[in-house]
Design a protein around this ligand. Structure first.
Ligand SMILES: NC(=O)C1=CN([C@@H]2O[C@H](COP(=O)(O)OP(=O)(O)OC[C@H]3O[C@@H](n4cnc5c(N)ncnc54)[C@H](O)[C@@H]3O)[C@@H](O)[C@H]2O)C=CC1
Ligand SMILES: CC(C)CCC[C@@H](C)[C@H]1CC[C@H]2[C@@H]3[C@H](O)CC4=CC(=O)CC[C@]4(C)[C@H]3CC[C@]12C
Length: 369
């Protein structure tokens, strides 16, 4: 491990560094990137936990900023060698308008690319999503697919549309000349559904289960498999890509990689029960309690209510036609592209990932008491 002052020369910028994935990436960089001199964390909302990081050997700079503001991004990026662009509006519940989702996810990404060109930042890692591929609006299954699996990617929802557009911008920017004349090297990582410490939807399901007397009711058939990946492994992949991009620029530049690990293939609900079960919750029903047509009706009703109530209040339940379609369509990944291209192996085994997530849910339980 390099530990001389000379070896600590790199400046990294992480956008969205205070979110669920961003915090894991920030902590992982500080643990696993010995060449780091300065770590800049750029986010709309800065977390108080950043303070504890400022006492270590790496200079940690917190920057409150908005990716939709080109000048803020360019100022934050000046002098950075690598940018990991994680910031995004993750909204499939209708909380934000399609316009806002586009501004943050697409215009924000364009601003990051232009800032690379303007400031001379040569390496850009973008957090894309499985949603760029699917599930598509036709509900076609994607079963054990990889980066080259043919699939009809047709989107209507603002979130996947925005991620697909932003990913395309990032990949097309590969090879553009940045200030100083060197080529920009970009690549995109596509996590499936991320889980682990800090996962808001897991937290919501846990609290909902507690409110329902320790029970959750099955809504999705066990046969529908959903790809999931542990947040620590997604973070590790980001750190590795950022590290290897310079050496393997010709191979990795302009490429996409699914994020994967050894998490088992299960339905969305059965997978969540791997953590919620040991914390005292029970999933009621071997089969969905409500027929699918009724769920579709309820989801449509929710969408209608959301639209009717919008002038008065924000009604954004978990169930809507889009989330139902995603949860009800098999989407699983089986690939080793990241291993072949940059030597990725998951840092956390399934057992570790499970134990860490269970401990986190258990801590939620004690902090709620
Ligand atoms: N959570 C998941 O299962 C998956 C997430 N992703 C992608 O991973 C990335 C991170 O997702 P999460 O950590 O789950 O979301 P998150 O909502 O926890 O984190 C996003 C972060 O971006 C920041 N941000 C939002 N708008 C911003 C703006 N205008 N300027 C600066 N910062 C802004 C937020 O403050 C937040 O800290 C997103 O790009 C998302 O599309 C991809 C696949 C799955
Ligand atoms: C009550 C319903 C029947 C079940 C609700 C579950 C849903 C809220 C979630 C099921 C699948 C999730 C999505 C999936 O993991 C892929 C994603 C990737 C992203 O980039 C962002 C998040 C998400 C869209 C994720 C959102 C929640 C689900 C739809």
């Amino acid at each position: 491990m390099a530990n001389s002052a000379q070896a600590q020369k790199l400046v990294y910028l992480v956008t969205g560094g205070c979110g669920f994935l961003g915090e894991h990436v920030v902590r992982m960089l500080l643990q696993q990137e010995p060449r780091l001199r300065e770590l800049r964390i750029f986010d709309l909302h800065l977390g108080p936990w950043l303070e504890e990081l400022k006492t270590g050997p790496v200079q940690v700079t917190a920057i409150q900023g908005d990716v939709t503001q080109a000048h803020e991004v360019a100022a934050a990026m000046d002098g950075a060698h690598v940018v990991i662009h994680i910031a995004g509006l993750v909204d499939v519940f209708g909380r934000a308008s399609p316009k806002t989702i586009h501004e943050v996810n697409v215009q924000g990404t364009q601003n990051v690319i232009e800032a690379c060109v303007q400031t001379g930042t040569q390496f850009l890692v973008y957090t894309s999503s499985m949603e760029v591929v699917g599930p598509n609006i036709k509900g076609h299954p994607f079963y054990r697919g990889n980066e080259d699996t043919p699939y009809e990617a047709v989107h209507k929802h603002p979130y996947p549309c925005s991620k697909a557009l932003a990913e395309r911008l990032v990949l097309e920017a590969n090879g553009r000349k940045v200030r100083g004349g060197l080529p920009l090297v970009t690549c995109a990582l596509r996590p499936t559904g991320i889980y682990g410490e800090g996962h808001q939807i897991m937290r919501d399901f846990y609290h909902q289960g507690l409110r329902l007397g320790g029970r959750l009711f099955r809504a999705i058939p066990t046969s529908v498999e959903h790809g999931r990946v542990y947040v620590g492994n997604v973070a590790w992949m980001h750190v590795l890509v950022a590290r290897e991009l310079e050496q393997w620029a010709a191979l990795m530049g302009g490429q996409v990689y699914f994020c994967y690990d050894k998490s088992p293939y299960k339905s969305y609900e059965d997978f969540n029960m791997e953590f919620l079960g040991p914390c005292g919750l029970r999933l009621v029903g071997a089969r969905p309690l409500l027929p699918y047509w009724l769920l579709v009706l309820l989801a449509t009703l929710n969408a209608l209510l959301q639209w009717l109530l919008r002038p008065l209040l924000l009604y954004a339940p978990l169930l809507n036609p889009y989330t139902l379609a995603v949860a009800n369509t098999t989407f699983t990944v089986s690939t080793n592209k990241a291993q072949r291209h940059f030597g990725y192996e998951p840092l956390f085994s399934w057992e570790d990932s499970r134990t860490r997530t269970i401990r986190w849910v258990q801590a939620l339980e004690s902090s709620a008491q």
